[in-house]
Structures are given as structure tokens and as C-alpha cells.
Design a protein around this ligand. Structure first.
Ligand SMILES: NC(=O)c1ccc[n+]([C@@H]2O[C@H](COP(=O)([O-])OP(=O)(O)OC[C@H]3O[C@@H](n4cnc5c(N)ncnc54)[C@H](OP(=O)(O)O)[C@@H]3O)[C@@H](O)[C@H]2O)c1
Length: 333
């Protein structure tokens, strides 16, 4: 449950765990035994009451979150016992749902990969990676691409997809030496820049002296400004996310937006909630690449629902490598 609304940083004490009897579904509802819960930066926004799409959470309410689980009892005409479902079930081991639009429930049909992938590479994280890069970035072979937050859930897919689509060089920005090494060895990045230790502008000038065709932006702020200065004519900037903490550290804001006009570049935002009709296309393409071994998925798992607060904190401490998840049911595969 939400125990307190954080002012700044999320703390473990903002949550409270309680035991209560497993609820009985009524007519039109089903009961899900949750296997995995997704951990994403947007949860902090829900907690702080800053979500654009949903009302603020109050203390005492079940913390919001997306999960995947198995239907164990159903009184709903469209869901049967044994169905695997993904949706907004909250931080719970068992959840009741009526598959209302807010729960965004859908059945998980593919079974070749672990069900956890329906929260990561074959869920909103992977679909955002593919759709934003492919549809907004319109990558062509030989395009120089830069990705920020490049070892995150989204970033760990984007580098690989860019490589499959022929981009070169594929450059990633991340916050530790361990992440940078991993990205080059395992995630299709030609080179990685550690923004905490290296001069980003200087490294970009060394690694892609002719400029940047596509920038997949996951952080905004000073990083965006530095890449903007190096964007090529007709370059594409994909605004997937910004990062409020780092933005606040940068009092100057964006200075180089003038290049967008001068160089006829294009900067476009991406919002996954506006792309539900494209999910099947993204899922089909990603499944094909995963099955053929062209692409791999990267999950960072903790065990047990009581690890949810810690898992959420890990994102803001920069500790996760790939999609952060918690396995709630110890028997789930
Ligand atoms: N636009 C859309 O429709 C859409 C769809 C899906 C996801 N997204 C967004 O895309 C972004 C990437 O998603 P994800 O699941 O890949 O993220 P993630 O794995 O949860 O990102 C965590 C990483 O972000 C960095 N980080 C450090 N401090 C942070 C802070 N104060 N705030 C946020 N991040 C911090 C750290 O990497 P470093 O150490 O490298 O800094 C950390 O390891 C998220 O912000 C998510 O909300 C947007």
C-alpha cells in the first residue's frame, strides 16, 4: 500500500505491506495469481501524484503497477482459468480484475519465451523501443545513431534494433563503466560513453565526426543539448523520455534548438498509449528477431513482492541493467 507520498526521492518507507484474505471474484470478474511485476520510472510519477493520465494515488491505496499472471478463477465471459494475462494489477500477489479499460488487460498468447517478457521486450518497453525508433527515427543503413539511458529497459533494445536495421555507428550513453562495457559486449553498441566520467561532446566528436542522424532521447536536459549541436541536416530526434532530476541540475535549459530549423531536422515525441493499434506489428517483428537469435532481451530480476520498493529505488540509483522486474511467484518461469 502507499504509506506516504514522497516529496523528492522515493523511500522504502513510502510503502507498507499488509496481509489480507485472497478476494473472491464476483460475476464479471476474474482472480489472477501474479507471476511478475514490472518496475518502471513512471511509478514514481504515480506516487507523487504527477501522472498525466490517472488521478493521484492516496495513502492506503494499493500501489499501481503492471504485472503478468495466471487466471485461477474466472466469472468473466472472455477469460478462462489458466489464461495468462498482462495488465495493471497493482503491487499484489493476487488481484481481482473485471478487465475494465483502466486495467489495460490483454491475454499473453505467445509461449515460446518466459512470460516475464510480456512486461519487457514483448510489452510496453519493447514496443516503445521498436515503434519509436522505426516510425519516428526512420533508420536507414549507415545512419549514425546515439541512444541515451542506453542500458535501460528501453535502451537495451534500441541499440540492438538499430544495429539490425543497419545503423552505423550505434552509440550509447550510460552512467557507469560496468554498463558501458556490457552494452558494447552484449547489446550491439559500437561504443559507449560514460556520462559521469567522460566529456560527452568531445567523445561524440571522436566517435561520429560527421554528426548524428538519429538521437533516441531518454533523458532530455544537457545531454539533449549536446547531441542537438551535432545533429546532421534532416536528422531525427526521438523524444521518448526526459529525466527530471538531471534537468533540474541544468539551469540553462536547451540552447541548441535553433539547429532544428537551420538543419531541417525533426524532433518528435512518442507516447506509447497512442500506439496500441501498432502493438501487434511490434510484437511480431520483435518475436521474429528474438526467435532467430538476432536480438536478445535483458532482464534484471529481484525475488519476492517485498522487494518492490527496493526495485523501484534501483532505477533512480542507476543500478538496473535492462528491464527491472520482480518475480512475485517463486514458481513462475
Ligand atoms: N514515451 C513513451 O511512451 C515511453 C514508453 C516506455 C518507456 N518510456 C520511458 O523511457 C524511459 C526508459 O524506460 P526504461 O524502462 O528503459 O527505464 P529504466 O530501465 O527504468 O531506467 C533506469 C535507468 O535510468 C537512469 N536513471 C538514473 N537516475 C535516474 C532518474 N533520476 N530518473 C530516471 N532514470 C534515472 C539509470 O541509468 P544511467 O545509470 O545510465 O543513468 C537507470 O539505470 C523511462 O523514463 C520510461 O518512462 C517512455
Amino acid at each position: 500500500l502507499v504509506a506516504a507520498r514522497p516529496e523528492g526521492k522515493v523511500r522504502e518507507s513510502d510503502f507498507l505491506f499488509v496481509d489480507s484474505p485472497i478476494p473472491e471474484p464476483r460475476q464479471g470478474e476474474f482472480l489472477v495469481k501474479v507471476m511478475f511485476l514490472s518496475v518502471a520510472p513512471v511509478l514514481r510519477r504515480h506516487l507523487m501524484g504527477k501522472s498525466e493520465n490517472l488521478p493521484p494515488l492516496n495513502t492506503g491505496e494499493v500501489m499501481r503497477g503492471r504485472g503478468v499472471g495466471r487466471v485461477i478463477v474466472s466469472h468473466h465471459p472472455e477469460f478462462a482459468q489458466g489464461d495468462i494475462v498482462q495488465g495493471k494489477f497493482g503491487w499484489q500477489e493476487y488481484a481481482i480484475s473485471a478487465a475494465s479499460p483502466e486495467d489495460m488487460v490483454h491475454k499473453v498468447l505467445q509461449r515460446k519465451l518466459p512470460f516475464s517478457t510480456s512486461l519487457g521486450v514483448l510489452g510496453p518497453t519493447g514496443f516503445a523501443s521498436y515503434l519509436a525508433l522505426n516510425d519516428i527515427g526512420q533508420p536507414r543503413p549507415g545512419d549514425a545513431i546515439v541512444v541515451s539511458r542506453a542500458s535501460s529497459g528501453v535502451g537495451s533494445n534500441v541499440g540492438q534494433i538499430a544495429r539490425i536495421l543497419g545503423c552505423s555507428p550505434v552509440l550509447g550513453i550510460a552512467g557507469s563503466r560496468r554498463k558501458c562495457r556490457f552494452m558494447v559486449e552484449n547489446l550491439g553498441y559500437d561504443a559507449a560513453i560514460n556520462y559521469r566520467q567522460e566529456d560527452l561532446g568531445r567523445r561524440l566528436d571522436e566517435l561520429c565526426p560527421d554528426g548524428v542522424d538519429i538521437y533516441f532521447d531518454n533523458v532530455g536536459g544537457q545531454t539533449l543539448d549536446t547531441v542537438l549541436a551535432r545533429i546532421k541536416p534532416r536528422g531525427r530526434i526521438i523524444l521518448c523520455e526526459r529525466m527530471s532530476d538531471r534537468d533540474r541540475e541544468d539551469p540553462r535549459g536547451i540552447r541548441n534548438y535553433g539547429v532544428i530549423g537551420n538543419r531541417q531536422a525533426r524532433m518528435e515525441g512518442f507516447n506509447i498509449y497512442q500506439h496500441e493499434s501498432d502493438f501487434h506489428r511490434a510484437e511480431a517483428q520483435l518475436t521474429e528477431w528474438l526467435s532467430s537469435g538476432k536480438m536478445r532481451y535483458l532482464e534484471d530480476r529481484l525475488e519476492g513482492i517485498e522487494m518492490m520498493p527496493k526495485a523501484l529505488l534501483r532505477l533512480f540509483q542507476g543500478k538496473n541493467l535492462g528491464k527491472q522486474l520482480v518475480r512475485v511467484d517463486p514458481e513462475a518461469e
